[in-house]
Design a protein around this ligand. Structure first.
Ligand SMILES: *Cc1c(COP(=O)(O)O)cnc(C)c1O
Length: 370
């Protein structure tokens, strides 16, 4: 699905040099690379504060702790996403409220979101799934009306641009009260281990969060709030500092590969290529097709048999997962997700794909769908 070795080859000298220097100084935790990377990412995203942490799941948890959400508060998020989002809501004893997504973009459905709001709702967590932004204009408007926090789970769309109706553009993850991301190796901006970050333009919240990530300390050995230990280490920060200037070119390589796929599938009535919305660019963390009148599971197996990696993101809706099932949920409210889990399939997508590989993938799929 990804080619991390191929990508490393292009930056091997810089990475090795940076690692060697960290190994020489033994400044493994809190080295200058961490602050340096956070500053670089603040500039890239045009956001006031980037707070690095250990992974994207922690970033969500720390954000919810920092916002002071309390047990019983309802947090709305999507049924069709990776479990991390709902996991931290449950872990903090908040009440997850799962809603359906749009069939075109796989992102939060605005009508479903509106319907899910109650007096207990405190926050909305839109997930910019597969690399394009949810409808932030509508989400921010709803949040303002109901006085809700917006936490953008931007683990899959770092680098995407959102355009508001008035023409202003903002980077994914910088529009809500807080944005979170993951630097897991296979993410669009990935390090060589685990990593994550929190973005915000809110000075007070940034201050609170900087304490939460560090055992609730604002002064050494004085613990003002209950915190966690969640750090990005120097080696990971060094990788990210080297890769960040390449992020736009990485996004372009993904977009080019996506175009190749989509052009090839345009004439098929059994394969629907990803739909790109008017308001967001798509940075293709995943290239996810919808199949029509095709046995999706058979296609999945056929591609594996031909040596073509592919994956079903996601095979089970969150409301049906054992850990998150709840009698509050009604199957009729998840019509789109329930359909998507049966029809989607994600193809290899990374910065090192070449047209020969892609042609083989496309030919194999079209032949199967004849
Ligand atoms: C990857 C991912 C996360 C979690 O990130 P980790 O760094 O693996 O903890 C959270 N949300 C979404 C949507 C993701 O894709």
């Amino acid at each position: 699905m990804v080619d991390l070795q191929g990508q490393y080859k292009h930056i091997k000298p810089q990475i090795n040099k940076a690692f060697e220097s960290i190994l020489d100084t033994a400044y493994y935790i809190g080295g200058p690379e961490v602050k340096g990377f956070a500053n670089d990412l603040e500039k890239y995203l045009d956001v006031k504060h980037v707070i690095p942490c250990a992974n994207g799941t922690d970033a969500l948890q720390i954000t919810m702790m920092g916002l002071g959400l309390k047990p019983g508060d309802e947090v709305i998020t999507v049924d069709f996403t990776f479990a991390a989002t709902v996991e931290v809501i449950a872990l903090l004893n908040l009440t997850p409220v799962l809603v359906d997504v749009d069939e075109d973009t796989f992102n939060i459905n605005i009508d479903a979101l509106k319907k899910a709001i109650t007096p207990k709702t405190k926050a909305i967590v839109p997930v910019h799934l597969f690399g394009q932004c949810a409808n932030m204009e509508a989400i921010l408007e709803i949040a303002k009306q109901h006085n809700l926090f917006v936490i953008e789970d931007n683990a899959q769309a770092i680098g995407a641009d959102y355009t508001f109706a008035n023409g202003t553009k903002q980077k994914a993850g910088t529009m809500g009260n807080v944005g979170t991301t993951s630097f897991f190796p296979s993410k669009n901006l990935g390090c060589y281990g685990d990593g994550g970050a929190i973005f915000t333009n809110d000075d007070d919240l940034a201050h609170i969060i900087r304490g939460v990530v560090n055992h609730g300390m604002y002064k050494r050995y004085y613990h003002d709030v209950v915190g966690v230990n969640s750090r990005l280490d120097s080696l990971q920060a060094a990788v990210l500092q080297i890769k960040l200037p390449l992020l736009d070119s990485y996004c372009e390589a993904r977009q080019k590969a996506a175009k190749f796929y989509s052009d090839a599938f345009a004439s098929s009535d059994k394969i629907e290529a990803p739909i790109i919305s008017d308001f967001s660019t798509h940075v293709f963390h995943q290239y996810t097709l919808k199949t029509k009148n095709v046995d999706r599971n058979a296609l999945h197996q056929h591609l594996l048999d031909k040596g073509i990696p592919n994956a079903i993101y996601y095979p089970v809706p969150l409301h049906a997962q054992k850990a998150y099932a709840d009698e509050r949920y009604n199957e009729d409210d998840f019509k789109v997700t329930n359909k998507l889990i049966e029809t989607v399939i994600s193809l290899p997508m990374h910065t090192e794909l070449d047209e020969e590989q892609q042609q083989f993938i496309v030919d194999t799929i079209l032949e199967f769908c004849k």
